[in-house]
Write a protein that binds this ligand. Structure first.
Ligand SMILES: Cc1cc2nc3c(=O)[nH]c(=O)nc-3n(C[C@H](O)[C@H](O)[C@H](O)COP(=O)(O)OP(=O)(O)OC[C@H]3O[C@@H](n4cnc5c(N)ncnc54)[C@H](O)[C@@H]3O)c2cc1C
Length: 478
């Protein structure tokens, strides 16, 4: 085991990693069922991506107006913070998990500002571990996607929600999925003109995904209400919503000044001759979300073929005493994350989830299946980039270089592919390009989720690492 100079050991209890909707619901449920709980959150606030707050100095009395489900956030926040059996650690980044056969995993954390020099190393040995580390956006590459002025939709949303800043004046929103709509609403509220929304999935696929067995959607009516609000914004501000269309190139020298839009076939290959150029000063792109599975992989949890953590009825993973909830197990939005978190917290604390909660989770999981069937990425995207398109932005590896080197070396393993192509070898360690690399080398070289294998889940300075090695662990010199 790695132990630190200033190591904090907290044996026993339920340890929750991630303070988003899933982690908050898990912590609250575990407390309700009598457990001692530690909640670790890398950020300086609870709420995750869904309840992202204004910075402290700009926080106002009307923050609730910026959020959906604010009363749920407040209820959970009150339940957790200040509870005598709950320790909430903000600014606590879990950077590694050690496995020890039948013993509980050891969770290594750095507590403090990520850019500070005095982070406190801690190790936790919980009885039960709940992983709720959420997801991150996936953006598909196209020529010019690395120009200034091209943002991920999530980054634009974070700037709008956290800073009240719009990324541009004339903004195009493109990609796939209902997440594009809250981004449009936030852009409008921060003063931008949204010139259009390009949804890559075509009308027929959208209809098949969303309109089959419509009565099942009744159980997710809160989502319909949220969606209705976004659609109202589209109509009121006359924002065109195109389906079966996407951005296939961004143009500019020092920043984007226009984009090429193209119609797409159902498999997302482009319809030749359908291209048209639109002037913009910013583009927001998002093609969905992928789970942040580094810690789950480190803990030994099995993933499914889409790269999500496999869970049983009580949110148990394949590793005894390790549970998982939220975007890690499938992309279904904040309500599903809340339901899964509550189930995980209940079972981890030795309780039995209410049948109504299990039913609610099932409905929301069905909603997630619709989401994937209507908006999930199709393989035709691989025809959008040309060989010069940047793929790995940390190491400047183009799509052409990746394909050439992989073909020449016939590399099969992730490690050798990283070393020979350099894709995923930079600062972000493949967080941004990993899934795209997996797709582009799809002759089953890299099964989904494989590029999430990073023994160190968040950046740690070498000095911090060195300070966590105890003398007895050092190997004797020959
Ligand atoms: C950039 C972005 C913006 C989004 N904006 C919206 C939106 O406006 N509206 C909407 O409906 N949906 C939005 N979503 C989707 C939304 O995030 C999810 O539906 C919901 O928040 C999932 O809840 P969760 O608890 O599973 O994950 P999250 O909310 O992502 O929470 C996970 C938490 O885990 C923490 N964490 C991760 N790794 C570690 C670690 N190693 N150590 C400690 N803590 C860790 C993170 O800091 C985070 O707070 C957004 C997603 C992203 C990625």
């Amino acid at each position: 085991m790695i132990s630190g100079v200033r190591v904090f050991e907290a044996a026993g209890g339920v340890l929750v990693v991630g303070g988003g909707p899933a982690g908050m619901a898990a912590a609250a449920a575990a407390l309700r069922h009598g457990a001692r709980v530690t909640l670790l959150e890398a950020g300086y606030d609870l709420g995750g991506q869904y309840w992202r707050h204004l910075a402290d100095e700009r926080r106002g009395a009307h923050e609730h107006r910026l959020h959906h489900g604010w009363s749920t956030f407040q209820r959970l926040h009150e339940e957790i913070t200040g509870h005598p059996r709950c320790d909430v650690v903000l600014g606590g980044s879990v950077w590694a998990i050690d496995r020890h056969d039948d013993a509980p995993p050891v969770v290594h954390v750095m507590v403090g500002a990520p850019d500070g020099t005095d982070r406190e190393p801690r190790s936790y040995t919980p009885d039960r571990l709940i992983l709720a580390t959420g997801g991150q956006e996936r953006t598909l590459p196209f020529p010019g996607w690395d120009l200034p002025g091209v943002f991920t939709a999530g980054a634009a949303q974070a700037l709008a929600k956290g800073e009240r800043v719009a990324v541009g004046q004339r903004v195009l929103v493109a990609g796939a999925g209902p997440f594009l709509l809250p981004v449009v609403s936030s852009l409008i509220r921060t003063g931008a003109t949204v010139v259009g929304v390009a949804e890559a999935s075509g009308r027929r696929r959208l209809a098949r995904g969303w309109l089959t067995r419509p009565w099942e959607l009744a159980s997710t009516s809160s989502k319909a209400g949220e969606l209705g609000g976004y659609l109202k914004d589209l109509v009121r501000h006359r924002v065109p919503y195109w389906t079966g269309r996407t951005v296939v190139a961004a143009h500019g020298t020092d920043r984007v000044h226009s984009v090429t839009l193209a119609d797409l076939h159902p498999d997302w290959t482009r319809v030749e001759g359908s291209e048209r150029v639109v002037e913009v000063d910013a583009v927001c792109v998002s093609h969905g979300f992928v789970p942040r599975t580094e810690l789950a992989v480190a803990a030994g949890c099995q993933l499914d073929e889409q790269g999500f953590v496999i869970t049983a009825a009580g949110q148990q993973t394949s590793v005894p005493n390790v549970y998982s909830a939220g975007e890690l197990t499938g992309i279904g939005g904040a309500d599903l994350a809340l339901a899964e978190g509550e189930v995980a917290g209940t079972t981890a604390a030795g309780g039995v989830p209410r049948p109504s909660l299990i039913g609610q989770r099932k409905n929301l999981q069905n909603f997630a299946i619709r989401l994937e069937s209507a908006h999930g990425i199709r393989p035709g995207w691989q025809t959008w980039p040309d060989p010069q398109t940047m793929l790995c932005r940390c190491e400047d590896v183009t799509v052409g270089e990746l394909r050439d080197i992989a073909a020449k070396t016939q590399s099969r393993g992730l490690r050798s592919l990283k070393l020979t192509t350099r894709a995923g070898l930079g600062v972000c360690q493949g967080r941004t390009c990993g899934r795209n690399v997996e797709d582009l080398l799809s002759e089953s070289l890299l099964p989904a989720g494989r590029t999430s294998y990073r023994p160190i889940a968040t950046p740690v300075r070498l000095g911090e690492l060195a300070a966590t090695i105890t003398p007895e662990r050092e190997d004797p010199l020959p």
